[in-house]
Design a protein around this ligand. Structure first.
Ligand code: G6P
Ligand code: MG
Length: 217
């Protein structure tokens, strides 16, 4: 059988979630808004524009459209500054092994990310050739937990949603996979990602036998 394996990017393939946090934290500090790692979970998987709105809501700050646009630009410039020297060393542990195993087993692979910076990151890390389809923040209108990004990815891989498997580190992304009728695999902490069908702390905890079962299942 053939399944579709759909990977989120930030916090799943590369450790960029920490950079998103640092860049948002600067904006929050500037505005005097408390922004903890726990608050940051609300932003994972969420679009840039929506993320800013969540931060402003946390601080009960009303802002003009002009200010918001300024902060969005500042956030992205700061975020991009962390990516300048990015290379394959920032691929998260175990990811490469799984991608390679899927390729050896002729399983189609897609990216399903909310980020508008996804393609350059895949290029910098050398992972772009592994992906048969890339769906990112430039392609979708509805942000996770809306399943649009994953449904589009499955469609590009000619696979039904129920035969699609999604790897996600965010609550919104796990929900999107579930709403889309796909198999959700949470990468991170069980306390945060309990809505996922399966949960692993990272890819080194996933063995190829488990992937084989998914392919058969
Ligand atoms: C991912 C990340 C979010 C980020 C979003 C948009 O989903 O988990 O933290 O805000 O992408 O990323 P971008 O690179 O377009 O700002
Ligand atoms: Mg993510």
């Amino acid at each position: 059988t053939t399944k579709a394996f759909i990977f989120d990017l930030d916090g799943v393939i590369v450790d960029t979630a920490k950079y998103h946090y640092l860049a948002w934290k600067k904006i929050a500090d500037q505005l005097g808004i408390e922004f903890t790692h726990e608050h940051n979970e609300l932003l994972k998987g969420v679009s840039r524009v929506r993320s800013l709105d969540i931060i402003l809501e946390l601080g009960k700050v009303n802002a003009s459209q002009e200010d918001k646009e300024k902060w969005l630009i500042q956030k992205n410039e700061d975020y991009l500054s962390y990516l300048v020297d990015m290379d394959e060393s920032e691929i998260l542990p175990g990811v490469f092994t799984i991608l390679q195993f899927l390729k050896e087993n002729n399983q189609p692979i897609a990216l399903g990310s909310a980020s508008k910076n996804a393609r350059p990151i895949l290029e910098k890390t050398g992972l772009l050739p592994y992906f048969d389809a890339v769906v990112d923040g430039n392609d979708v209108t509805n942000a996770k937990p809306d399943p649009e990004v994953f449904l589009m990815a499955a469609k590009l891989l000619n696979t039904k949603p129920e035969d699609s498997i999604v790897f996600e580190d965010s609550v919104a992304g796990v929900q999107a996979a579930n709403i889309g009728n796909m198999t959700s695999i949470g990468i991170g902490e069980a306390s945060t990602l309990h809505e996922a069908k399966y949960i692993f702390t990272d890819f080194t905890a996933i063995d190829t036998a488990f992937i084989e079962e998914l392919i058969k299942g």
